[in-house]
Ligand binder design. Structure first.
Ligand code: ACO
Length: 344
């Protein structure tokens, strides 16, 4: 299959960022309830062996009934704020990346603002599926860099369990719930400096992965609900091919924008969708398994939360050390893709 049409973010005509921006703190939250592959064997016609060998996933987290995307986002945010030493009331900007908002309107970021008491902040959502956290990073760093805001709290959070068709084995084994967050501050020095970032979108492939119902195109009716139209639908094999191509290209572009080569990258934190996709990208980029951070066996694909959770785990477990250069790279519905290079 040919490479997807690439409609990446424009390069040289964009004004230069005025100030450098760094990630000053990270946080994550995973709901308590664990749903294992063996649990899924009792729900649909599948096996632990099939799921693990095709995806690398062993278990995922599922939020409690009343536990919403905004609640998980707020818990991750509070940890990131604490690590950054920033009080909630001093937050200027909150961006929540999610495809599973608490409500269609208002934005989930508004609920997060309320939960954490960030009363002075501007708050809104971005919808870019699994690339959403890196889209939020791009928007926030340019906004801070241009002097529009002093700081930003960016969050990837999902309650995918509410939008999964639990009778469809093709999709229900893949996804999980959770949230990850990062605090961005302007800084010439200090760990976490964002060296480069890159975004891309190919709307011509929108049909490959979507939630067809629940929007204006297919409003909620009892008939649509019965047909499970308000749940995730995916052409897995096609998505797989696009994911590998787009993530490789995105990774290479950010590395080049940072004036580096792949040999300068210490750790790759890819979107956690499928171990086979991660292995394919690692091969194409020429990095070893040890250089790639993987936690999808525990959480499955948490969409916009995945890179954010993985970044926080890498940070808190010491997998990334001061001075390391890390590559974040993601891919998702849209189709969208995104990458960033950070000096820790
Ligand atoms: N258990 C057992 N068998 C299954 C299961 C299951 N859970 N799911 C599918 N199968 C069967 C299929 O029915 C099919 O059977 P058939 O040959 O009799 O028709 C067979 O297994 C093979 O199915 P494929 O879809 O070809 O399996 P594949 O190897 O492609 O793996 C997968 C499927 C895991 C979904 C893979 O294609 C994939 O990871 N795709 C990318 C998903 C992704 O990256 N999404 C990221 C974005 S998500 C977002 O943005 C929200």
């Amino acid at each position: 299959m040919s490479d997807p049409v690439m409609s990446d973010s424009p390069p040289s005509s964009v004004p230069q960022i005025l100030k450098s921006v760094r990630i000053a703190g990270t946080g994550s939250y995973l709901p308590e309830r664990i749903l294992t592959n063996h649990d899924l064997e009792r729900m649909v016609e599948t096996s632990d062996e099939w799921i693990a060998s095709r995806t690398g996933i062993r278990e995922r987290r599922v939020a409690a009934d009343g536990e919403l995307t905004s609640h998980m986002a707020a818990k991750a945010a509070e940890k990131a704020l604490e690590q950054a030493g920033l009080a909630a009331e001093d937050v200027d900007l909150i961006i929540v990346a999610t495809i599973t908002p608490d409500t269609i309107t208002p934005a989930t970021a508004c609920y997060v603002q309320q939960h954490i008491g960030a009363t002075r902040s501007v708050a809104f959502d971005v919808s870019a599926a699994c690339s959403g956290f890196l889209y939020a990073l791009e928007i926030a760093r340019h906004s801070i860099g241009a002097g529009a805001f002093r700081n930003a709290l960016i969050i990837g959070a999902e309650k995918l369990s509410a939008f999964v068709n639990w009778t469809d084995r093709n999709t229900c084994v893949l996804f999980g719930d959770g949230a990850g967050a990062a605090v961005l501050l302007p800084s010439e020095n200090g760990h976490g400096k964002v060296l480069s970032s890159h975004l891309g979108t190919d709307g011509a492939q929108a049909e490959l992965l979507n939630i067809p119902g629940g929007g204006a195109a297919c409003p909620i009716t009892s008939e649509n609900v019965d047909q499970k139209l308000a749940t995730l639908a995916m052409q897995g094999r096609e998505v797989f091919k696009h994911a590998v191509n787009a993530m490789r290209r995105a990774a290479e572009t950010s590395i080049e924008k940072a004036g580096l080569t792949i040999a300068d990258i210490d750790l790759v934190i890819p979107h956690q969708a499928n171990l086979r996709i991660i292995d394919a990208i690692s091969d194409r980029l020429g990095v070893t398994k040890e250089q790639v951070f993987v936690n999808l066996e525990k959480y499955g694909n948490t969409s916009a939360a995945a890179v954010a959770i993985a970044l926080d785990e890498a940070n808190r477990t010491g997998a990334v050390k001061a001075g390391d250069r890390i590559l974040l790279v993601a891919f998702g519905a849209g189709l969208t893709w995104a990458s960033a290079v950070i000096e820790w």
